[in-house]
Every structure is written in C-alpha cells, then in structure tokens.
Design a protein around this ligand. Sequence first.
Ligand SMILES: [Zn+2]
Length: 282
Amino acid sequence: MDIPDLVQYPKARSDEYDKYTPEQISRVVKQWLFIGDTSHRELDREILGLDSGKSKGFESMNILHYLGLGPVFKGVFWDCALDNVIDGLRRNCQDFTDIIDHLEWEERNLDFKVCHKLTLIGNARDRNFGRRLKEYLERDSDIGGSDNVDLYRKEQAILKVLIFDTLTELQCSICLTRFPTDLMTLAYIKPRSQCSELERLDLSIVMPVCQFGCGSLYKHNYLVVDDRGRISAVDYKLVPDSLLLTLKSLEGNKCSWFSDGTRKYFSYTRQLLEHTGQLRFV
Ligand SMILES: [Zn+2]
C-alpha cells in the first residue's frame, strides 16, 4: 500500500476542524481517502450540509488541509479495506494518529462500511461504475435536490445501479408487470434493520418492485412469499374490500425474484410474522 507524505500547509487553521462534529470530520476524511470522485464542493454539500455555491468547498478543504491531506491523498485507498489502511497508517513512520482516530471513529458505522464495500463491488464489475453512480445521484431529484445525501440513500442508489445495471425496464417481482426502471425501486426481502453487514452486501437481499404499491404491500406485511416462491396474502389486518381484491389478484403469482439466493430471506420474514402471530393466510 502506497502511503503519500502528509502535506504541511503553512496557512492551515483549526477553525473548520473545530467547528464540525467528529462524525462529519470522520466522513469527510473517509470520503476523501476512499471515494476519490468527490470534490471539496461535494463534500461541503453532501457531508457538511452547506450550500456549496456559497462555501465553494473551502470548509472541507480546510478540514483536510489541517490534517495534512492534500490532493495526493484523494481516493488513494479506493481499493483497500478500511482495517488494512488503519493498520498500514499505524506502521507508517509519519504521525497519522489523528487520521486513524477519524477512520476508527464510527468504525462500527455499518452504513459507511456497507456503502464503501458495495462501491468496491461496483468498481470491480464496471470501471465506469463511479461515473454511473454519480449520474444516478444527480438524476434523482430527491437526492440531488437535497443538501445531504445520507448513507441510507446512497446505499439504495448503489444497489440500484448494481441491480438495474443498464436495463431500461424490469419486471416487478410481485405483480410481474414490466415497468421502466425509473418507476421501480428495491425492497428489502428481510428487514434491513435486522440484516448483518454480510447480508447487506448480498445483492439478493433486495428485490425490484414497482412503485405502484407492491413494495409497500410487502414491507408492511400484507404479502409474503412462501417457500415455493408463491405470493400469499396475509390476513391479520382488516382491510378495505378494494385492497382485498388487489391482494387476491396478486396471490398465487410466482415471485420472479425467488431463487436459492433469496429463499432464506423470504423465509426469515415469514418466520418473523409467525412469531408475532401475524401470519394467517387469507
Ligand atoms: Zn408491482
């Protein structure tokens, strides 16, 4: 692992470094070292929540300069695992103590790790992955229009770029109708909050669903997928007749995303409902 020399900036100041939270600084440092495609302006906007037109990237630049992280560090560890980098910095003859602290801060932060590792998966598959992800984030008005791309949404975006790939349309896993991909989303087959890091890195953890309700019906446990991949309606809530008709019309469909890879996640979700006594079929 090549570790550049820290840069001494004569005009470096601690004002910005002292102004932001440890989490923000940690994310700026990680983004700079590991995700090389982010400019200072983008760091200001995405992590510090600033209007980058006004801040012009100077806030994050000053944080990085204070730590001696010049352009030569940008994306320098893009293909390395966080733990290995921390190890390498610790053994280096330069003093990386503060930077290691920032890398270790929220090291348990699963969201960051998952985003970074999914990005590595994307980079390994397609050398244009970074550009495609960036384009996706810019295109998504929900994200592009906001000041802060949180890691949750970034994770969704990465998964979409990985799974939708270059397809222009896709079949909804539940209603089996084909839709343009901008009318599709991804639903977690097993609730995300209960997934381990490895499960969140498994692309089988999500399924493509249309935005016309299928994802919500699954997420809110109106539907389950049985062990043969059949959609079944669940009867534990009183529902209006019109919804009952919809559920009935979906029942019996063979989930198009059911496979040996997804079976265990569908099963987990069914068992959750069984344990809570909520699983009764219509
Ligand atoms: Zn659908």
